[in-house]
Design a protein. Structure first.
Length: 157
């Protein structure tokens, strides 16, 4: 009986060591970012079809977005805001509003002096942009709200 228990104990000990080595290997791979698949995702700028996103850049202190007005009419932008889901949201100086925006033209929106909100160089961020506007030629001038999203890596310089 004693030989069987010794063989069983040696069997379990051998596989316990193998399990510990596998656990340490997986932990090391996770620590060094092997399982971070977000770095393989493309950068993207998503807005509704009324405002096509031509380009964007994320710099350590500013966010630049280039949008085209595809509404079919001139508009007046009343407010524009940027935020994210961090515990302390990003804080930026928004472009001055109100401003007029002619149909089929592009507009460079620059959010300056950005800080907070996990907005750190060489990290990926997801930013949400909200813009309120109304059509200039519409008599009652109802306010419309459009939301966009930017997902990309903050440049280091």
């Amino acid at each position: 009986m004693r030989r069987k228990s010794q063989a069983a104990l040696e069997f379990l000990t051998t596989y316990a060591w193998a399990f510990i080595i596998i656990a340490i290997t997986i932990t090391a791979l996770y620590y060094f970012g092997i399982f971070d698949f977000s770095r393989y995702l493309p950068q993207k700028c998503t807005f509704p079809s009324q405002f096509r996103c031509l380009d964007f850049s994320l710099r350590p202190d500013e966010v630049r977005i280039k949008l085209v007005n595809n509404l079919g009419e001139d508009i007046q932008v009343t407010s524009i805001d940027i935020t994210n889901d961090a515990s302390t949201p990003i804080s930026c100086t928004a472009p001055s509003t109100p401003f007029s925006w002619t149909h089929a033209t592009d507009q460079n929106l620059i959010f300056a002096s950005c800080s907070g909100g996990a907005y750190i160089p060489d990290t990926r961020v997801e930013l949400k942009i909200s813009m309120s506007y109304y059509a200039i030629n519409t008599p009652s001038k109802p306010i419309h709200l459009v939301n966009g999203k930017i997902n990309g890596k903050v440049l280091s310089s």
